[in-house]
Design a protein around this ligand. Sequence first.
Ligand code: ADP
Length: 397
Amino acid sequence: MVKRVGVIGGGQLAWMMGSAAQKLGIELVVQTPHADDPAVAIAHHTVLAAIADAQATAELAKHCDVITFENEFVDLDALSKLAAQGVPFYPQLETLAPLLDKYHQRQYLQDIGLPVPKFAAIAKDSSDPPSPPFSRGELVESPLFQGGFRGISSKFPIVLKARRHGYDGQGTWIIRNEGELHAKLQQLQGRSLLVEEFVPFEKELAIMVARSQTGEIVTYPVVETQQVDQVCRRVFVTEFDASVAQQAEAIAHTLMEKLQVVGIFGIELFLTPEGKVLVNEIAPRTHNSGHFTLDACETSQFEQQLRAVCGLPLGNPSMRCKAAVMVNLLGYESSENSYLNQRQKLAQLPNTFVHWYGKTQSRPGRKLGHVTTLLKDSGDDGRAIAQTIEAIWYPSS
Ligand code: ADP
């Protein structure tokens, strides 16, 4: 029986595993770089070290029975050596291998027949030294841009992405014209990049999916996510058109089965104006789009992750309510304020749960907490509730 779970990463995702761990009688041991990272407060033991420090992970392994991830910015080659020595990782390192580099991830998804936006690498491989400055030739060579540089111009906007270490939109740039493209490529010299078509999506969606050690798969309801400046602001859990939900679920099942994943993944999706669902990105861990599951579902995404990695049967993912809204509380200033007043006002809203991550520093765009409101009826106006929450949280300008 697995009793101690090591978690690489100590941010809010690891912190939110705390109550599920307690419920299941599991101790969490965390590897994270800063003593004031949220999960340090709930960890049984902490190894203070960088995420990619595999020597520290060897130390972490001494304190736990299995290791899982809340952050995928790891050094997979170095971790593979530990796995070869018998350290158990869930999800397995082989399932992470095709996903950590956004270009490899797109290629993998395409290879297994999942729908993705058109894409190309600029530098051929993340291990290749990119040839600065990126020439027009390199872009033109890609099938995305047949028709030469004119072909590119006719495709604006396009999207440039850093192949690794992007999060919360840091590492994603929407490029609107030739001038912006040249300026950005100059600025990003030396980084391996992915370029892709801009998808004029109708909505962004996401789905959480878990797979157990016995191959059981459960999905959570597909949700709509809304991003502002490429950062998730709010999530609406409401009923979707059956065809949309079926496409999202089919994608989730295919991915988990092909990779034989043990754990939980978040899948970010685009819904095109034609009603087709495309995969934007796979998060091989719990995800912001699944935070609603803490209050709105029988089993949260955090409990599900622990169940999967500990070899327990998966829990029931069903909703406890008809619909829900989750709003991120993003920093809007540099401050050490704990925003008690705003948090108290939010907590007074009906059927509302405030989760505050206990970060000591606020910075613009930083995820400081989130709020979930449960709705009795799928017809209830979630958008109005999100507006009320944001009106309390953000200072009026
Ligand atoms: P991150 O890894 O930082 O979350 P993403 O690749 O998910 O980065 O991009 C962040 C946001 O940027 C997306 O949620 C979406 O709003 C926008 N975006 C990313 N790729 C595209 C695209 N190909 N077309 C249109 N918008 C995009």
